[in-house]
Design a protein around this ligand. Sequence first.
Ligand code: R5P
Length: 277
Amino acid sequence: MAKELGVPVVRVGFKTFPDGESYIRFLDQVRGEDVALIQSTHPPQDTNLLRLLLMASTAKRLGARSVIAVVPYLAYARQDKEFLKGEAVSIDVVIRLIEASGVDELITFDIHSEDILERFSIPAKSISAVPALAEHVKSMGLSGALSVAPDEGAIGLAKIASGILGGGWSWMRKERDRVTGEIRMWLEEVDASGRDVAVFDDMVSTGGTMARAVSLLKSSGARRVVCACTHPLLVGDALSRILGAGCEALVGTDCVPSPVSVVSVSGLIAEELRRLC
Ligand code: R5P
């Protein structure tokens, strides 16, 4: 990104103390500069989040003119409500921490729910990586495929993808048991018989959602099924669950580094930073 923007890279040293505490140190000057901190908060979420907070507050203390936090994957966004009485609304706490650390502006990708952006009191923007994912899927010979959202929350993503794949869009219904985490899904009006299908979601965590979506689509007669997500967290055996259900390939971005992160968002970040600064 720095190369693309023609700006210097500021080196930051990280280490973890023997007791597990995080340490950071800026090795180059930031005084008077507009600083973009590129720090995703994928697992280990808490460590990466703390690194972001330590870097932002240190950049400000060292005299940075402004700090833009580029957080390709924003952790805790799924806990955006008190689903069960007494639960923390974790994303609200994370937002307050980011703001208190001195961040002036935040950029993220395909945030779990757009209304989270309105809870920030600093400018906050979510860029979609779905056009880039859909272009990749298209290059796999899936032009004309049906774009499917595995749940209601992903409908927006399927609509964006269908603009590129050109085969229309549809969605599945999903219910999650808030205590056991177990999911139930239905095809509803998805007619996948004889069609190539691409399933788009913001993230894959345990792979339960995608694996269930794939097996429902396959058993209803879908031909090729490809899955795509912006944030491939891929916890445990998520990838083999999805492939084992009949998915041809899972395509992800480098918002979360993983074996399926074949689409890079660095160009999109550079474009946004160029616009901002
Ligand atoms: C939930 O609403 C998200 O959009 C994803 O569908 C979900 O987090 C994926 O989780 P998992 O891979 O564990 O089913």
